[in-house]
Ligand binder design. Structure first.
Ligand code: GLY
Ligand code: MN
Ligand code: MN
Length: 438
């Protein structure tokens, strides 16, 4: 059966948000729009993550409104009306009746009527929760409604409420994954692991990067991850030193490594996995040295993930191992602590060791609380992705290291007593990778 978040969980989320909003408040959360790709062809529709989190409703051009203690219903939806002719051309719609029946909505109106109805719902509310700045077009509409209310204040009505960013509350909720969410993320990670395995098996010298990309996409789609969580990076040799390389159009050379950073999206939830392996199936002596260094850094970082640890610890652990290794390999010269303090490692390791993962690949949630790195708690999911990048153009590095970029990335859930690597089925040690490719 197809896994998805239950309607009762969506309802629990809305109730929790309304509790946090408190009395005399309203939250306004727009859906995503269709976006033109070329002329009259759109990009595949992707719902706005906040809207999706609260509704599980996958249509464009809607506005979700929550009004705690509203007599005629707390959960209000403005959405597209049904229209048989349009639906024949462009696809089914739920309409107002459909969202009342299937999505737990209390009160539904055609989106065309929003200007007439929403300002009335905002009237006399002390707090208006809205993510200002995320959607310029909708910002203008909200400002228009606020201004129309302000005019009424001059005529003796109560003052207009305070505008508060709904993301503070909502994104803190999204940071903690429920049992249902973890199931979906596990599925996304398992399908993505299979995609990486397929890519390893299909890789041969002389193939093109886009051929391997096709294998990844095939396996993801077969596992019901129709869309990638982000554009796949399939980077042979020196291309791996471009962190967000997505051209994927060069030929794979026998002596190069291939870096693949790819993850599927399942029911909106992302996987984000990177593996680096030899195009010809056998690591060279030099490749082994660098690979095992990154692997050691990754393990040291993963070991720092448990409740009560904090966000900065995995990165610090990875940086220490990588800097030690860079000294040993002659890439850096100096004392360990000085080089760490001066961030000398950034020449070859210029990004952070991870990020939150969830409905967005770089998921929401604060990384610091009161100026301190956030404590890790059960239910959080983060990536661990150290790397080393020595571009071919780096004339200072020893010749044998040039043109090598390595990253190893896994998705890690914080559990009650430690962690669980959701992407653990993706081969990672040299023995595992060489065994699979043999
Ligand atoms: N795939 C993007 C990242 O690793 O952050
Ligand atoms: Mn990542
Ligand atoms: Mn990645």
């Amino acid at each position: 059966m197809k896994l998805k978040i239950s309607q009762s969980e969506h309802q629990r989320r809305r109730i929790k948000l309304m509790e946090l909003m408190g009395e005399s408040s309203i939250a306004i959360i727009p859906s995503a729009h269709e976006v033109c790709r070329s002329r009259d062809t759109d990009f595949a529709f992707r719902q706005d993550s906040d809207f999706w989190y609260l509704s599980g409703f996958n249509e464009p051009d809607c506005v979700l409104v929550l009004i705690p203690n509203r007599k005629h219903g707390e959960y209000v939806m403005f959405n597209r009306e049904r229209d048989l002719e349009t639906e024949t051309w462009h696809g089914r719609r739920f309409g107002q009746e459909g969202v009342l029946e299937h999505f737990g909505v209390d009160d539904a109106f055609p989106i065309e009527d929003i200007d007439d109805i929403l300002p009335g719902l905002m009237e006399e509310k002390d707090k208006i929760f809205y993510a200002l700045g995320a959607n310029n077009h909708f910002d203008e509409q909200v400002m228009g409604w606020l201004n129309s209310l302000r005019k009424k204040v001059h005529q003796g009505e109560l003052p207009v409420g305070e505008l508060i960013d709904v993301r503070h509350l909502l994104h803190d909720m999204r940071l903690f994954k429920s049992a249902q969410e973890i199931k979906l993320m596990r599925h996304a990670a398992e399908v993505s692991a299979r995609a990486h395995i397929r890519a390893m098996k299909k890789t041969r010298p002389g193939k093109w990067e886009w051929e391997i990309e096709a294998e990844l996409k095939y396996e993801m789609a077969l596992g019901a991850c129709r869309f990638e969580a982000y554009n796949s990076i399939v980077a042979g040799g020196d291309n791996a030193c471009i962190l967000h390389y997505t051209e994927n159009q060069h030929k794979l050379k026998t002596k190069d490594l291939l870096l693949i950073d790819a993850g599927g999206e399942y029911q909106g939830y992302a996987a984000d996995i990177t593996r680096t392996f030899p195009v010809n199936g056998k690591f060279s002596r030099v490749q082994k040295k660098l690979y095992n260094l990154v692997l050691k850094a990754q393990q040291a970082a993963i070991d720092e993930i448990y409740p009560g640890s904090d966000w900065s610890k995995p990165h610090k652990a990875a940086v220490k191992v990588l800097t030690e290794g860079m000294i040993e390999l002659g890439l850096l010269k100096g004392r360990l602590l000085t080089l760490i303090k001066k961030e000398a490692y950034k020449k070859y390791y210029m990004h952070k060791t991870g990020h939150w993962l969830g409905l967005d690949v770089h998921d929401v949630g604060d990384y610091q609380v009161s100026g301190k790195p956030r404590a890790l708690e059960a239910g959080m999911v983060l990536t661990v992705e150290p790397g080393i990048y020595i571009p071919a153009s780096d004339k200072k590095a020893s010749k044998e290291f040039r043109g090598i970029g390595i990253r190893i990335e896994d998705d890690v859930l914080v559990t009650d007593n430690g962690h669980d690597v959701l992407s653990k089925n993706t081969p990672k040690t040299i023995a595992e990778i060489e065994g699979l490719m043999a």
